[in-house]
Design a protein around this ligand. Structure first.
Ligand code: HEM
Length: 145
């Protein structure tokens, strides 16, 4: 797990890292987004049960929203200004949900775990560091209000 290494380092994604993320996302796009979301939230709640009460009972819509948002983020990975705008708005809404800065690490770990599990043999160290860097950027922008 390399998540912490990237937080607040100000590093940006290289062309190869962007390519790797996009390629992995094309593979994930073949999986039903409800399943990806389901795996993610099950992992999050199993590892960190304290977050369960923050979410609705019916998690299907939430799963779809999460994957849709990740898609929006990845579509903007080469247009940081546009990405940062949606992250700022998403981050403001998360303050309203009671999310704190310290919660982002648990979500990041569960997300990276989910990506690794769903990509299986297509997952590798380069992807782990690229996605971790992207997540660090996302969480930084979401909490920079
Ligand atoms: C990369 C980071 C994250 C992404 C992309 C993300 C994405 C989303 C999306 C798309 C929604 C749907 C509503 C909306 O768009 O405002 C949502 C809602 C929510 N998220 Fe996140 N989120 C992230 C981090 C977190 C963290 C760290 C927590 C803390 C546990 C969290 C907790 C919640 C809660 C409680 C809701 C509202 C659920 C409800 O009552 O409907 N999220 N998130």
């Amino acid at each position: 797990m390399v998540l912490n290494k990237f937080i607040d380092t100000g590093q940006s994604l290289s062309e190869n890292e962007i390519k790797a993320i996009k390629k992995s996302w094309r593979i994930l796009a073949q999986i039903d987004p409800a399943i990806i979301g389901d795996v993610f939230y099950r992992k999050l709640f199993l590892s960190y049960p304290r977050y369960k009460h923050m979410f609705p009972l019916d998690m299907k819509a939430q799963s779809l929203k999460l994957v849709h948002m990740l898609n929006q983020i990845i579509m903007r990975v080469e247009n940081l200004e546009s990405m940062n705008q949606i992250l700022k708005e998403l981050g403001s809404r998360h303050i309203g949900y009671g999310v704190q800065m310290s919660d982002y690490e648990a979500v990041g770990k569960s997300l990276i775990w989910t990506l690794a599990q769903t990509l299986g043999s297509d997952w590798n160290e380069e992807l782990e560091s690229s996605w971790s860097l992207l997540y660090a950027h996302v969480s930084q922008k979401m909490t920079q209000n």
